[in-house]
Write a new protein. Structure first.
Length: 528
């Protein structure tokens, strides 16, 4: 008799029937020898709800790896608050994108389980900003959460991502694409009869195999769990074997039928209701003799070179996205709170978003003087100007270059800066006004009036120009005005009809790397 051993956030009402198996589930201790371990896992016929996976999956992931669970605890507490005290934050979380958002499976996770998955991926997104494309990550994370807690799942994922033994997760667009398109060569070499059948029907093999990477993750849960058993020991190679097995089995079961529609759809439907047991699927997968890592590596390397030569890039980078909390250090701002700081972070350029905020100027301490403002801020770039009016409006601008540029004698025009600058409002509503040039298909369409980013003299400073100035402050920093301008295509940032405002507080924030903060050095980075 087996024991139900899922994690607390699996929906047991939708628990599948036990996997087909012969005899009693194996209870052998996990072999330490790699070859014996591989054979043991391949022969394992544990049903999906067997208690063995509560320890087995975590142990397989963490072989020769020391657990760093406290990293997850501390990060999660900083990003989401402490549930033990009832002071949770960021309640409306959005799952970060690692690419291919249409193919995220949560399987048997309950609603609470899905929340745990989102938190796990948010922490992973924050701690591993180097991962710019990893479409399998959400689904693998979801599967791990069926048999372990969130902290263990984070450790397990970290181990898989950093594995030096086998490749478990492709982490770049080029790597993932090379992994995907290499499958066609493998089908031709190892499943030739099935491939020829597809060609003879008049189907385009490239179209048929285009989505093969998702066949595996769309298998019935009973089959997929057994595949993941093997995956955690042998790496991504098992995906190729299972993909080839699906092509072969599809021909065996559908080859004598008249297939309605296209072949790709037929295989997708076949996968979801595959008429064979997990054991048969795995047995077929392991019958492809000669499918070595060397052959796979050769194909993948060749395709990576071709993709780079063709200049293939992601159509959309998932590196920083709306709705994902980050662990930003608190600043002693009298203008914005932590939630508004998170909002501001979402608008920052990706490279700056990896840094931490620090308050370098506040009128409450340094006074209302433009000269003092320049002295405190001109050695920093980029900077964020924050203004709070006596009407409690909060607005400002991200300024990509230093105010020291005002003293550049070689500059002929009164304006300086570049198209990385933007303006924004945070109260009473949140609005982001990027440079208008980002909306133009042809850079030649940008006119001079749309490049008036920053202007500064001893008597005033202005941000945005062209038929008005987005933000204008006088030399005493106590009053100013906001007008629509061409550079940022903005509305007035304040509610007064004439755009006039009285300053209550003015602050300047910089974003620095931790080394600069700890050493007390100034952060001034190029914006080229």
């Amino acid at each position: 008799m087996t024991t139900v051993a899922f994690s607390p956030w699996v929906d047991l009402q939708n628990e599948p029937d036990s996997v087909h198996h012969n005899g009693s589930p194996q209870r052998d201790p996990m072999p330490l020898d790699p070859e014996r371990l591989k054979k043991w896992i391949r022969k394992g016929r544990w049903p999906v709800n067997h208690e063995i996976r509560q320890k087995l999956w975590f142990r397989l992931c963490m072989q020769k790896v020391m657990s760093v669970g406290s990293v997850y605890k501390e990060m999660a507490k900083g990003m989401f608050g402490d549930p033990a005290t009832g002071k949770e934050k960021n309640a409306q979380l959005e799952m970060p994108s690692f690419g291919e958002d249409d193919h995220i499976n949560t399987y048997k996770l309950s609603e609470d389980g899905k929340k745990q998955l989102t938190k796990l991926l948010c922490v992973m997104h924050h701690t591993r900003p180097d991962i710019n494309y990893c479409p399998f990550l959400p689904s693998i994370a979801s599967l791990l959460l069926h048999y372990m807690d969130t902290e263990q799942a984070f450790d397990a994922l970290s181990a898989l991502l950093g594995s030096q033994r086998y490749k478990y997760l492709e982490q770049t667009f080029i790597g993932f694409e090379a992994f995907r398109i290499s499958f066609t060569k493998l089908v031709i070499k190892f499943a030739s009869p099935a491939h020829k059948w597809i060609v003879q029907r008049g189907d385009d093999p490239e179209k048929v195999y285009e989505g093969w990477v998702w066949w595996v993750l769309d298998l019935p849960f009973t089959h997929l769990v057994r595949v993941i058993d093997v995956f955690l020991v042998e790496g991504l190679k098992i995906f190729y074997r299972i993909g080839l097995a699906i092509v072969v089995l599809h021909k065996k079961h559908r080859g004598g039928e008249e297939i309605q529609g296209d072949m790709a759809s037929s295989i997708q439907e076949f996968v979801k209701t595959i008429p064979t047991s997990p054991e048969i699927l795995l047995n077929v997968a392991f019958q492809f003799r000669g499918l070595s890592r060397s052959i796979i590596g050769t194909y993948q390397t060749k395709h990576q070179i071709e993709l780079r030569a063709e200049g293939k890039v992601m159509s959309k980078s998932p590196s920083k996205q709306k709705g994902i909390p980050v662990l930003l250090e608190e600043i002693q701002s009298s203008i914005i709170n932590s939630k508004q700081l998170q909002t501001l972070w979402k608008w920052l350029p990706d490279r700056i978003a990896l840094y931490q905020p620090r308050l370098i100027f506040t009128s409450e301490e340094h006074g209302f003087s433009l000269n003092t403002f320049y002295l405190k801020c001109e050695q920093y770039e980029p900077t964020v100007l924050l203004v709070k009016t006596t009407n409690n409006e909060v607005f400002g601008a991200y300024l990509s270059v230093s105010w020291e540029e005002r003293n550049d004698d070689a500059r002929k025009a009164p304006y300086f800066g570049n198209g990385v600058c933007f303006m924004f409002t945070l109260t009473p509503k949140e609005m982001h006004y990027p440079w208008v040039g980002t909306t133009k298909a042809n850079p030649k369409d940008v006119v001079p009036a749309e490049t008036m980013y920053m202007r500064a003299t001893v008597n005033e400073l202005a941000i945005g120009g062209g038929d008005g100035e987005g933000i204008h402050l006088d030399k005493d920093l106590d009053k100013g005005y906001s007008q629509p301008c061409k550079t940022f295509n903005n509305s007035s940032l304040v509610t007064e009809a004439d755009g006039q405002f009285q300053c209550q507080i003015i602050e300047v924030v910089v974003f620095e790397d931790k080394v600069s903060q700890e050493n007390g050095t100034q952060h001034k980075s190029p914006n080229k």
